[in-house]
Write a protein that binds this ligand. Structure first.
Ligand code: HEC
Length: 163
């Protein structure tokens, strides 16, 4: 009887361990992956990195904008995405939102249509500069897209028509 109980306990314990390993493998932390991508090098600033003031209906405040090389390659000779064009998958746009001349928040869009967390083809996130998540990609842009899809926008990006 005692042996039986021990055997059964061991089986249950093994199943529990196997399940937790499986979970570690399949659940990717997309917020952490994206944060490491936005803090890597290879970005180019919009309008030479001038500090721009948020334009109505922006909730974001003063900002600088930067593009990774994939997003940059989609811009035309004036440094904007032509109306009617789209950013290719892998494009990352980082908005550095300033408060008292230091970065207070990163608002991020990454074109990643096949990602489980994509909302209208983009990942949407916000971070503090220590990497802590203010708005998770898991929300799929809920609360962002309704405004970013307002007229005019270019592939849900609003800066080009306002700045
Ligand atoms: C009420 C409208 C509104 C909401 C809500 C909003 N945004 Fe924006 N966002 C803007 C506007 C307008 C701009 C253009 C630049 C500016 O003037 O601030 C912008 C710019 C951006 C940019 C730079 C690319 C671009 O579109 O120009 C990013 C990245 C961004 N927002 C991310 C987000 C994220 C992530 C959320 C949700 C957590 C969000 N935004 C919610 C209005 C909004």
């Amino acid at each position: 009887m005692r042996r039986k109980i021990i055997t059964i306990s061991l089986i249950i314990a093994s199943i529990a361990i196997l399940q937790s390993c499986k979970k570690d493998k399949t659940e990717v932390d997309f917020d952490a992956v994206l944060y490491s991508e936005i803090t890597a090098g290879g970005y180019t600033y919009y309008q030479s990195g001038n500090l721009l003031s948020g334009a109505s209906p922006s909730p974001h405040g003063s900002f600088k904008l930067r593009f990774n090389s994939t997003a940059l390659a989609a811009l035309d000779s004036t440094g904007e995405l032509s109306a009617g064009s789209s950013f290719p998958a892998g494009s990352i746009i980082v908005k550095e939102i300033f408060s008292d001349s230091t970065i207070n928040l990163y608002a991020v869009m990454k074109k990643d249509p096949s990602n489980v967390n994509a909302g209208s083809g983009w990942l949407w996130a916000e971070y503090r500069t220590d990497g802590s998540v203010v708005f998770t990609t898991v929300n799929k842009g809920n609360g962002c897209i309704s405004c970013h899809s307002g007229t005019p926008n270019r592939d849900l990006v609003r800066t080009f028509d306002l700045h």
